[in-house]
Design a protein around this ligand. Structure first.
Ligand code: DAK
Length: 258
């Protein structure tokens, strides 16, 4: 991988977009590499949680690579948006929790990738934004859909139509990020969250992710039905047998790594 770094330890895989000279902007090759990396991790039983970040101390991802995309026909632009959406959908539907460690600028496609992750932790120096309108375009990798779901319509329209960046603290107030830390503590906080998840039943974590992801696309009534079905599936797992048995025996559960 030319533009992605990965490191795995204790079932946590850290994926870093590594183009610091371009503030980790995502060119086509990097989008493809990220997809390949996520598919590999999905099938890797030794990996339980993913932390996605950017190399260097300035940017998470400063957007799609604008220089690579100065001219495109409308048809090419649709295809390009679809390729980006394939990546954000892959992350959103990932069967293992993906935490965005937002260490700097998360703009345009970068903010959209962060929003596709299951949770976001921001360094106090991070800046979030959907500045596409400044380029005369609109978000194309899910921003118009995921941002209002995360922060509500009014705040989303302010960010998308206003094109201004917001600070990490403001992103926290809006519910866009789960935590804000000092730059030095960012990865520590993400590892702490990952370790907590890794102590739980892996099947249960996977099923709960699926219930939240799919349920948000349904009416509440259908979502509840879907939840009940997944609840039933949870009862077919070794996790459930071990988890309930451990409670009765007053000991910590010993879940199998999966
Ligand atoms: N793409 C390419 N290069 C980028 C980049 C980006 N998104 N963001 C930064 N860079 C590069 C800069 O050009 C500069 O490279 P050199 O000039 O040194 O070669 C280097 O990274 C450092 O950036 P700055 O010198 O600008 O650093 P500053 O600290 O002064 O400013 C900044 C930081 C984040 C405020 C600024 O770099 C900035 O505004 N960056 C752009 C943010 C942005 O607008 N992102 C894109 C959002 S839109 C498509 C067309 C477009 C898109 C998609 C499809 N088609 C035609 C199909 C766009 C989608 C988006 O994501």
């Amino acid at each position: 991988m030319a533009n992605i770094l990965t490191e795995s330890k204790d079932r946590i895989t850290v994926v870093a977009v590594n183009r610091p000279e371009a503030l980790n902007a995502l060119n086509g090759d990097t989008v493809n590499e990220l997809k390949d990396v996520f598919r590999t991790i999905r099938d890797d039983e030794k990996s339980g949680v993913v932390i996605l970040t950017g190399s260097g101390d300035k940017a998470f991802i400063a957007g799609a690579d604008i220089k690579e995309m100065t001219s495109a026909s409308p048809t090419e632009a649709i295809a390009s948006a679809r390729r980006g959406q394939d990546l954000t959908n892959l992350i959103q539907d990932f069967p293992k929790v993906v935490i965005a460690a937002v260490n700097g600028f998360a703009l345009g496609g970068g903010c959209e990738v962060a929003m596709a992750c299951h949770m976001r932790v921001a360094s106090s120096s991070a800046m979030f934004g959907q500045p596409e309108v400044n380029l005369g375009i609109i978000p194309g990798w899910g921003g118009t859909q995921r941002l209002p779901r995360l922060v509500g319509k009014g705040r989303a329209v302010e960010m998308i139509a206003g094109g201004e960046m917001v600070s990490a603290d403001r992103a926290f107030e809006m519910g866009l990020v789960n935590y804000v830390t000092s730059p030095e503590k960012l990865m520590e906080k993400c590892h702490e969250l990952a370790q907590s998840i890794l102590k739980r039943g892996p099947d249960a974590v996977r099923l709960s992710l699926e219930a939240v992801n799919r349920g948000m696309e349904m009416t509440q009534e259908l979502g509840l039905q879907y939840e009940a079905n997944l609840f039933g599936i949870a009862f077919s797992t070794e996790d459930r047998i071990e988890g309930t048995k451990a409670f009765v025996e007053k000991r910590k559960p010993n879940f199998k790594e999966k």
